[in-house]
Design a protein around this ligand. Structure first.
Ligand code: CP
Ligand code: NVA
Length: 320
């Protein structure tokens, strides 16, 4: 059964329930959203039983400054399945693309829709949107983080490997927006996270210091083999994130020794899984043999975006 009571009365408070970053919520709230995602997955995948219409009558605006397949489609489908509707807004088709301010956009959209999901080139814009919106704002990826992705990854990790706390996850490659959200999640869900990156591409110290101050089990490595040894999950992402294309040759050169291939995966624990948020570039950050091989769970991970999106929407709309 879907649990529908957590923080009773919170929805009635003035401030909307934004979903901007994993570190801004306590572990209990994140666990609650994740449990909702598991319950909704069961409800929507079973042929029988109730499929709660938790977004009945609600409209989600989806605002994109960058390309998207999974985030766009999973939010759209999740909203429809919950009884709501969506509007897709591309930055360049809006007055925003001609210089209208984020604050005016936020206030206008808040008069029309019940929630806004934004994929932004800059995290500051998302913060500004949330500051001026009177409806919930969801981070659908920024240059800083990708919290919806990582909740789906955590859901996948616990489906495949069970209890999170004893697990070790190793991130290999560029320390980007996705890696930053892994750092947040490791602290809030209590698992060990090792990050293997070239020295020049280490995560920003603000993330590392935050994790250490919160008691997170985090270690930084330059040697991918050392970081992967005995890990339960090995994960990576593109070497060149959206918006980083200019001058990416040096980044790609630095990352050559960080490809997740069969030799590297062989150092992980027996039964270790491979994750990647997708889109992936075979022959770059991951070999075809690994991403298309038996240890890869990338399509379960992509599917879980849909299940997590339902839970995030229901939570932001104050329906759970
Ligand atoms: N993983 C992810 O966010 O994919 P899209 O860029 O296709 O939305
Ligand atoms: N780090 C990647 C993630 C894409 C889903 C990017 O920002 O392009």
């Amino acid at each position: 059964m879907l649990q529908t009571q957590h923080n009773p009365g919170l929805a009635a408070q003035m401030s909307p329930r934004h979903f901007l970053d994993i570190d801004t919520y306590d572990s209990a709230t994140l666990r609650f959203i994740l449990n909702c995602a598991h319950s909704l997955k069961k409800a929507f995948k079973s042929g029988t039983g109730s499929k709660p219409k938790l977004a009945e009558g609600a409209v989600l605006a989806m605002l994109f400054e960058k390309s998207s397949t999974r985030t766009r489609v999973s939010f759209d489908v999740a909203m429809r399945q919950l009884g709501g509707e969506t509007i897709v807004l591309n930055h360049n088709d809006m007055q925003l693309g001609r210089g209208e301010t984020i604050s005016d956009t936020a206030q206008v959209l808040s008069r029309y829709v019940d929630a806004i999901m934004m994929r932004s080139t800059s995290h500051e814009k998302l913060i500004e949107l949330a500051k001026f919106a009177t409806v919930p704002v969801i981070n659908g990826l920024s240059d800083k983080s990708h919290p919806c992705q990582i909740l789906a990854d955590i859901m996948t990790l616990e489906e495949k490997k069970g209890l999170l706390e004893p697990l070790t996850v190793t991130w290999v490659g560029d320390s980007n927006n996705v890696a930053n959200s892994w750092i947040h999640a490791a602290v809030r869900f209590g698992f060990t996270l090792r990050l293997a990156t070239p020295k020049l591409l280490q995560p920003a110290m603000s993330f590392v210091e935050w994790a250490r101050a919160e008691g997170g089990k985090l270690s930084l490595h330059e040697d991918p083999a050392e970081a992967v040894a005995g890990a339960d999950c090995v994960t990576t992402d593109v070497w060149v994130s959206m918006g980083q294309e200019a001058g990416s040759e040096q980044r790609i050169a630095l990352l050559q020794p960080y490809q997740v291939n069969e030799a590297l995966m062989a150092k992980a624990a027996p039964g270790a899984i491979f994750m990647h948020c997708l889109p992936a570039y075979r022959g770059m950050e991951v070999s075809a043999g690994v991403i298309d091989g038996p240890q890869s769970v990338v399509f379960d991970e992509a599917e879980n975006r849909l299940h997590v999106q339902r839970a995030i929407l229901a939570w932001c709309l104050g329906k759970v």
